[in-house]
Design a binder for this molecule. Structure first.
Ligand code: ADE
Length: 315
């Protein structure tokens, strides 16, 4: 059988390890592994950097949930541009009874119904033969927590099959099919479809060409320096008594960059202090972050005052 893990990924600590076959979704498989192909309409200069479309698929009892999102906005545009492909498979196509049953009562009693293992095994046997492996991502609240780093890893894959559970969960043996088990947060959804759509969105926008300006995926929260994104403003410069910070109107790019760093530092110290330790900061920035946190602990300083302080201290 292709790419089935040796243990359930939940027993393996919601493992981010590749299955023993190592055929798909290895955290070690990087961008360099991806084959490059010439782009039909492109000139020779750009053809070497064009990647084949990322193949995204979902295995679900509600395939109709995906199409509206997958054909709208940036995901729709990227899909039409051939940056990724998407196909939803109906799990019930791998059932054998008249009612196309995918669930059953749990052994040992208990509330609700569980998804049976057989339709998952049969579907994945068919969908992922040896010569066409996929990274198989199961969604469960007990999986590893989805974050930007995982989005980046998944964006390097060539094929991902998202497996969406429903009801009270799945028979534990189904999880053995997973390359990774993923949770999008500490709350329980009615099924994995919305989680799969969240992950698709976060992954697709990282694909080259998906966003108008590739930089916009780089200068934002959870990427690059590891801080939350700084505040941004557009016209008018003054609205209902709220003024854009004057430095942003100054045209002095060094000062604008320094203000943005100060704002990102303060925002992160205030809202996500847990990110500071792992952020890529200079010694000076780390020192300023520590002073900002002291001031936050004492209290009484407005956000604006803290940004002013950090802006001056970063000089
Ligand atoms: N299925 C149900 N809840 C979920 C969650 N929080 N993340 C991923 N899949 C889920």
């Amino acid at each position: 059988m292709p790419m089935h893990g040796d243990e359930t990924c939940r027993e393996a600590g919601a493992s981010s390890e590749a299955p023993s076959s190592g055929t798909a979704c290895s955290p070690l498989s990087g961008a360099d592994d991806r084959e490059t192909v010439p782009s039909p309409g492109d000139g020779a200069a750009s053809s070497s950097s064009v990647r084949p479309p990322l193949r995204l698929e979902a295995l679900t009892v509600f395939p109709e949930m995906f199409e509206p999102i997958m054909s709208t906005s940036i995901m729709g545009r990227a899909r039409r541009a051939g940056i990724f492909e998407f196909e939803a498979h109906d799990l019930r196509d791998w059932t054998h009874d008249h009612h196309r049953t995918v669930d059953d009562a749990p052994f040992g009693g208990g509330q609700g119904m569980l998804m049976k293992p057989a339709p998952f095994y049969e579907a994945i046997d068919d969908l992922c033969p040896q010569d066409d492996p996929a990274c198989v991502v199961f969604f469960t609240p007990t999986g590893e927590r989805f974050n930007q780093k995982l989005a980046q890893q998944l964006s390097q894959e060539s094929r991902i099959l998202f497996v969406c559970g429903h009801y009270e969960g799945m028979d534990e043996r189904a999880y053995r099919l997973a390359t990774r088990c993923v949770s999008i947060g500490d709350y329980v959804l009615t099924g994995g479809e919305l989680a799969a759509l969240v992950v698709c969105d976060a992954v697709v926008r990282l694909l080259p060409g998906a966003l108008g300006d590739d930089d916009s995926a780089r200068f934002e929260s959870f990427s690059d320096d590891g801080l939350l994104e700084y505040a941004q403003y557009t016209r008018p410069a003054s609205y209902r008594g709220m003024d854009v910070p004057p430095v942003l109107l100054s045209g002095n790019h060094a000062n604008v960059d320094r203000w943005r760093k100060a704002d990102a530092l303060v925002r992160t110290c205030e809202l996500r202090p847990d990110l500071i330790a792992g952020a890529r900061l200079t010694d000076r920035e780390r020192f300023v972050a520590a002073r900002v946190r002291e001031r936050l602990e004492v209290g009484g300083s407005s956000r604006e005052a803290l940004v002013e302080f950090a802006y001056a201290a970063l000089r």
